[in-house]
Design a protein around this ligand. Structure first.
Ligand code: ZN
Ligand code: ZN
Length: 170
């Protein structure tokens, strides 16, 4: 994911578009592993100011995910955008919220992955309204019906009846 800054460093203040497309290796961040399906894309702009470069990007990936509700594997498209600063390694302060670079090329991989994991939802769902698994009998409620919910509802209704009966007695 290498971005040439040759032109941008010669014409400071000018905005240059870039685009990247390719395969990404499996990544693990803070105990979370993501696998990529097919090619990822990244496009954006780079502009130089003499000390460093501001890079914007719009990333698009497809993840091989497992639904947090029903445990089914599925392909999860995910898009995110970012704006990060890259400062020449020799000029960069330790506490800077920027990425260091050297030479004529900026490697965007680190920033891309940081932003991806930062913006990725905590859980993956195969669809927003996934019904998940029945907590009682464990069937996949997207595909099957069970009567557990009905039983629970009936017992709740019975409890209500008992309550209103008691109310009348008082
Ligand atoms: Zn699901
Ligand atoms: Zn059930």
């Amino acid at each position: 994911m290498e971005l040439s800054i040759h032109q941008a460093s010669k014409q400071l203040g000018e905005v240059f578009p870039y685009a990247w497309q390719g395969q990404l290796e499996e990544q693990t961040y803070g105990g979370r592993t993501v696998r990529f399906v097919g090619e990822a894309t990244l496009q954006g702009t780079v502009v130089g100011d003499g000390e460093g470069f501001t890079v914007t990007g719009e990333g698009k990936v497809t993840l091989s995910s497992v639904c947090a509700r029903c445990n089914e594997p599925f392909e999860e498209p995910f898009a995110f955008s970012f704006e990060d600063r890259f400062v020449k390694a020799v000029l960069r302060e330790e506490e800077d919220e920027s990425y260091p670079f050297e030479g004529d090329v900026i490697d965007l991989t680190q920033a891309f992955m940081d932003e991806l994991f930062l913006q990725l939802p905590m859980v993956s769902l195969c669809k927003p309204d996934c019904k998940g698994l029945c907590p009682v009998c464990g069937v996949d409620l997207n595909r099957f019906r069970c009567s557990c919910a009905e039983k629970t509802r009936n017992s709740a209704f019975d409890a209500l009846k008992a309550l209103s009966f008691e109310d009348k007695e008082v």
